[in-house]
Write a protein that binds this ligand. Structure first.
Ligand code: FAD
Length: 491
């Protein structure tokens, strides 16, 4: 068919990966078309992910935090929650951010096409216009011809096949809708997303059960850190079921009746339980199979991922892919960094700029954060991984009972942990390999450890860096001193 729009680069998907790629490419002087099926840019992260969940978690954290003031002689009454207003607040946060993105696209002269995009050839993509709040298709179609493409079509929640279609069964998007607060809620999948949403609902009054197939909650984080979180959060839960499979569910007038089975020998599981709300948070699946990739010759794995090299290039040299669709970890900050690489490589190649064209995704580490209360954050090598992989590490552990600020805050349950290379080649001056923090504001602090790893810092570099007193961030310097053996302040 006839070509309606021509682009130096077309970006498929307007999430953190997609809009970051489009903006960087435009800033580098390329003519950019950005395709997004929904009315707002921002993708999962801004519309139904990172941002709305944090708007609600902030409210939950403040409500929970004031309870810690009772020991200081300050007591608040029970909060009065207007759930419609709370939802409205969350919506305002989203629209402020997505509206800002729309403006930034305009300023940069990025052409945003509202519609569902599918490749129809190696240099052509067809966009079926969508309208309204969702992705209702209208009759109108456009063909975009491109020199380069960046696929940033993201991922969506996995739904278990045996779950009944019922408004009492939701995924994270449904949970963020916050229609009402259930009495009894089951979180299916004990990962970050499930536990964050559980935190919100429990603070608003729900009793929680959680079921997890693996042997512990919050897989990926070190067990000693998770233990601290679990101890603090035990009062929210009636049942924490690990090594347990969910095998059946039935919609009944009383609620969703869920059946469990042991995932491992020797595990006992409860009788079937009935819930007012079931949150499915068992992972996310990439959208690779829904974009006509085959028409462009782009290889998609059985699971729907698109393989790329460190320049974010697919098997088709002029087509790139970034974000959730290229693999784990499915995190917004990873998508953004990959986006910049893809945009720079493309601009460099189109403009004959060798330096730009050699851009690559070389990050040593990508931090993870559970924005629960307390927060759990980790980056790089974990102690559990070090054990499994037989990597010799020197540990610096700083418990927050020795942190003046944590005690002053009435929140001294936290722990900061740093791991240094202790292999013979390190000669006792090993560089930092990883770190983890459990405690309030852990997520805001983990960036320093990521920087230390990227810079190849050792325990002296970190320990001799003067951190302001009294701050929670001091615990990072202290943990380094503990590893070095020069800290006398730890109990
Ligand atoms: P997405 O954000 O998935 O964007 C893809 C976009 O492409 C979507 O807008 C989609 O509509 C569009 N699209 C797809 N196919 C087509 C098509 N064929 N045509 C047109 N448009 C299409 N990450 C963090 O780092 N921190 C957090 O705190 C965090 N919290 C989260 C909380 C929740 C509840 C969830 C679900 C996720 C959270 N994440 C968080 C993960 C984060 O949202 C994702 O990693 C991030 O959004 C991935 O960005 P992306 O650009 O790859 O894809």
């Amino acid at each position: 068919g006839a070509v309606d729009v021509e682009a130096d680069v077309v970006v498929l998907g307007g999430g953190p990966g997609g809009y970051s790629a489009a903006f960087r490419a435009a800033d580098l002087g390329l003519n950019v078309v950005l395709i997004e099926r929904y009315a707002n840019l921002g993708g999962v992260c801004l519309n139904v992910g990172c941002i709305p969940s944090k708007a609600l978690l902030h409210v939950a954290a403040v409500v929970d935090e004031v309870k810690h003031l009772e020991v200081a002689g300050v007591k608040f009454g029970a909060p009065e929650v207007n759930i419609d207003q709370l939802r409205g607040h969350k919506e305002k946060v989203i629209s402020k951010l997505t509206g800002g993105l729309g403006q930034m696209a305009k300023m940069r002269k990025v052409t945003v096409l509202r519609g569902y995009g599918q490749f129809v050839g190696s240099h052509h993509i067809e966009v079926q216009e969508t309208a309204g709040e969702g992705q209702e298709k209208t009759g109108s179609k456009k063909i975009v011809q491109f020199k380069n493409a960046i696929i940033a079509a993201g991922s969506q929640a996995v739904h278990l096949p045996f779950m009944p279609k019922d408004e009492r069964v939701v995924d994270s998007t449904g949970a963020l809708d916050l229609k009402s607060v259930p009495k009894r809620m089951l979180i299916l999948g004990g990962g970050i997303i499930g536990l964050e949403m559980g935190t919100v609902y429990s603070t608003l009054g729900a009793r929680l059960d959680v079921v997890e197939m693996m042997d512990g909650l919050m897989q990926g984080a070190d067990r000693d850190l998770v233990k601290v979180w679990q101890k603090m959060n035990a009062p929210r839960f009636d049942n924490i079921m690990v090594n347990t499979k969910t095998v059946a569910a039935e919609a009944t007038p009383e609620g969703i009746k869920v059946t469990f089975e042991p995932a491992k020998e020797g595990v006992t599981v409860p009788e079937p339980q009935t819930y007012d709300l079931v949150l499915q948070a068992v992972g996310r699946t990439p959208n690779g199979k829904k974009i006509g990739a085959e028409a462009a010759g782009v290889a998609v794995t059985d699971r729907g991922f698109i393989d790329v090299n460190i320049q974010m290039r697919t098997n088709v040299p002029h087509i790139f892919a970034i974000g959730d669709i290229v693999g784990q970890p499915m995190l917004a900050h990873k998508a953004v960094h990959e986006a910049h690489v893809a945009a720079e490589v493309i601009a460099g190649e189109q403009q004959g700029n060798k330096e730009l064209a050699s851009a690559a995704f070389n990050a040593r580490v990508i931090p993870s954060v559970a924005y629960t209360d307390p927060e759990v954050a980790w980056v790089g090598l974990t102690e559990d991984q070090a054990k499994i992989q037989g990597i010799k590490v020197k540990k610096g552990l700083f418990p927050w009972v020795a942190s003046g600020r944590a005690i002053a805050n009435g929140r001294d349950e936290g722990v900061t942990k740093l791991l240094f290379d202790d292999s013979p080649e390190a000669h006792g001056h090993g560089r930092i390999l990883g770190g983890g923090i459990v405690g309030t504001h852990a997520g805001d602090m983990i960036g320093e450890i990521a920087l230390a790893i990227e810079m190849g810092a050792d325990e002296v570099d970190i320990g001799k860096t003067i951190h302001p007193h009294p701050t929670l961030g001091e615990s990072i310097g202290m943990a380094a001193e503990v590893a070095h053996g020069s800290c006398t302040d730890v109990p």
